[in-house]
Design a protein around this ligand. Structure first.
Ligand code: Z5A
Length: 208
């Protein structure tokens, strides 16, 4: 059995992750691959409950460290109960956001120390990292316009432009630092052009 790969999709608000996750999932299935599609925060009943707690708008100020620990609590459950068993069975795991989002949102966005995030990453994941991370990149103003046109906003979507600029810069810096893992796609193009670029990335991945 061909061992499965662990693919993550990342980006700032409204970048088209959900739309393009559908495309990636169908593409992989069309090649006969056994795919587990999942998301973070979430992916298991307990982790989905933690997601609701994280995303719900609330009057109480959420302490950044509390937010970080909730993200990693959800990840520990998801990683151990769903992701690792699926990879062990040879499945291809396609995950909407993973730990790069923590470096971007809790690290760059909230200002938490990336060394602390790295420690928690090691505790929860050991040495396991995604095989490929598709970073959909867009001007934050355009992305927010797209996201906000969908209606109700979650707790993150009400953040400032400066917050999302920091998140985007962090993603791009990580992609530059780990260029063999990341593939950056310009998500400001038409959907057809974005998916043509994703198609190229997937073809390359399948050849590995
Ligand atoms: N979070 C965190 O803080 N720390 C962590 O470690 C993790 C997560 C893992 C939930 O994530 C939140 O969790 C997230 C960070 C935090 N912040 N927020 N919010 P999420 O991924 O579930 O939420 P999201 O970022 O808002 O994703 P989304 O709702 O799935 O949106 P999207 O996937 O980026 O966009 P979309 O729904 O596919 O597309 C948006 C609209 O644009 C839609 O109408 C599309 O039809 C349209 N679209 C898409 N592509 C195009 C193109 N190319 N042209 C024109 N229009 C397009």
């Amino acid at each position: 059995m061909k061992p499965g790969l662990f693919i993550t999709v990342e980006g700032t608000e409204g970048v088209g992750k959900t739309t393009n996750m559908d495309f990636v999932e169908q593409w992989l299935r069309s090649k006969g691959l056994d795919v587990l599609r999942t998301r973070e925060p979430g992916g298991t009943p307990l982790a989905e409950t933690l997601r609701e707690l994280l995303l719900a708008p609330r009057e109480e100020v959420v302490d950044p460290t509390a937010e970080l620990l909730l993200v990693f609590a959800a990840r520990a459950q998801h990683f151990n109960q769903l992701i690792c068993p699926a990879l062990a069975q040879g499945k291809w795991v396609l995950c909407d956001r993973f730990t790069d989002a923590t470096y971007a949102y809790q690290g760059a966005g909230r200002g938490l120390d990336s060394a602390l995030i790295a420690q928690l990453e090691k505790v929860v994941q050991g040495p396991l990292r995604p095989d490929c991370t598709l970073l959909l990149d867009i001007d934050v103003n355009i992305g927010l316009e797209r996201a906000r046109s969908r209606g109700d906003l979650d707790r993150f979507e009400t953040e400032t432009i400066a917050f999302f600029e920091r998140v985007r810069d962090c993603y791009l810096a990580r992609a530059k630092a780990e260029s063999s893992r990341f593939r950056v796609v310009d998500a400001g193009q038409s959907l057809g052009e974005v998916q043509r670029d994703i198609d190229r990335v997937l073809e390359e991945l399948l050849q590995r």
